[in-house]
Ligand binder design. Structure first.
Ligand code: NAG
Length: 342
């Protein structure tokens, strides 16, 4: 079904938000240039706070404002795809949770809409759970955007922040796009390439805090854009890899559709997205040294269970939600023995 203007506006709002890193700088320099003495003083104080002051160190924890999480544009954005949140198990509000979200896709729209807004009624679906979507530390150095993400209850993904959130209260859940920028570069329509094999950080946090791990697989996130995948060894491929190393950011080359013309634009293509939230995997709390042999074993056991659970979601739902899949769920960087299993 063709999208209505309001649904397109919803999707556009998210694209603008995701690319805000760029235009917030423009706004900042425009204000600096055009502003008078007071504006410039305020901007200077603000920057001092976010770059050198208390705002420059973790934990940077937001407090969610129901108004922003409930914004009309986010609901329209969910309708645009349309997007659904599929619950497969209850979550006990007496526990804490580490959610892993896969795949990152180009703009992680379904992660944000599912867990940083109420467009899919996440708080009603999982009563008593407070969701903290985590994002790159880099975002918190950019004027204005940091306050916008904080007001959605988003936090930085530093270790200190994760530990803080998970020891502060029952019912807290952090949500991480585990594969990050590297996974963004692998996003291709109907492909499921997940960067997870060597990502142990989020599991370590679950083990240290005794939080349950919850795998989330988004069917459709990778279908939103047409992505050019440069051949290995070409200039573009090397540039992407170097930017990834240098800045920790992925710069995929992609094409979407437009508000007016369908042939050009940054809007994602329409297509159903099903965000499947798996059953929680209980992880016993490990109090000793996490870098000891015993600690490492606890982490790798929990990681193996997590990988198996993610494959379980794939097997159970690919027949409904990934009808046009090309190949199977591919987990990148797994040790050879585990990779052979499928
Ligand atoms: C969310 O809840 C409201 C009120 O209960 C309901 O009208 C709406 O359809 C729900 N939205 C979704 C996407 O489930």
């Amino acid at each position: 079904m063709a999208a209505t203007i309001s649904q397109k506006l919803g999707a556009l709002s998210y694209v603008l938000f995701f690319s805000a890193g760029a235009w917030c700088w423009l706004l900042f320099f425009a204000l600096l240039y055009l502003g008078g003495f007071y504006t410039r003083t305020l901007l200077a104080l603000y920057c001092a706070y976010i770059w050198f002051g208390p705002g420059s160190t973790p934990p940077r924890t937001g407090s969610a404002t129901p108004f922003l999480r409930g914004l009309w544009v986010w609901r329209k954005c969910a309708e645009y795809c349309p997007m659904t949140l599929v619950k497969t198990a209850e979550l006990d509000p007496e526990k804490t949770y580490v959610f892993g979200f896969h795949p990152h896709g180009i703009i992680s729209m379904s992660a944000f809409i599912s867990f940083a807004t109420e467009a899919l009624n996440v708080s009603k679906k999982f009563p008593g759970i407070r969701f903290y979507m985590l994002t790159l530390v880099q975002n918190f150095y950019i004027p204005f955007i940091r306050d916008f993400v904080l007001a959605h209850g988003m936090c930085d993904c530093a270790r200190a922040t994760c530990l803080h959130l998970l020891t502060r209260g029952k019912g807290n859940a952090i949500v991480l796009c585990v594969g990050g920028a590297r996974e963004a570069l692998l996003a291709q329509p109907n492909h499921f390439e997940i960067v997870l094999g060597r990502r142990l950080g989020f599991v370590r946090i679950a083990v240290q805090t005794g939080s349950a791990l919850v795998p989330v697989l988004s069917f459709g996130e990778n279908n939103m854009y047409l992505v050019a995948k440069p051949e290995d060894g070409t200039f573009t491929a090397r540039l992407q890899r170097n930017l990834l190393k240098l800045l920790g950011l992925g710069f995929p080359i992609f094409r979407g559709t437009g508000m007016v013309l369908s042939s050009i634009g940054m809007l994602p293509y329409q297509g159903p997205i099903h965000v499947v939230v798996g059953a929680p995997i209980d992880v016993p709390k490990f109090d000793g040294d996490i870098n000891s042999e015993e600690g490492k074993r606890a982490v790798s056991e929990a990681h193996a269970k997590y990988v198996a659970a993610l494959r379980g979601i794939w097997d159970a739902h690919k027949g409904h939600y990934a009808l046009e899949r090309k190949g199977t769920l591919k987990i990148v960087d797994l040790p050879p023995a585990a990779a052979l299993r499928h």
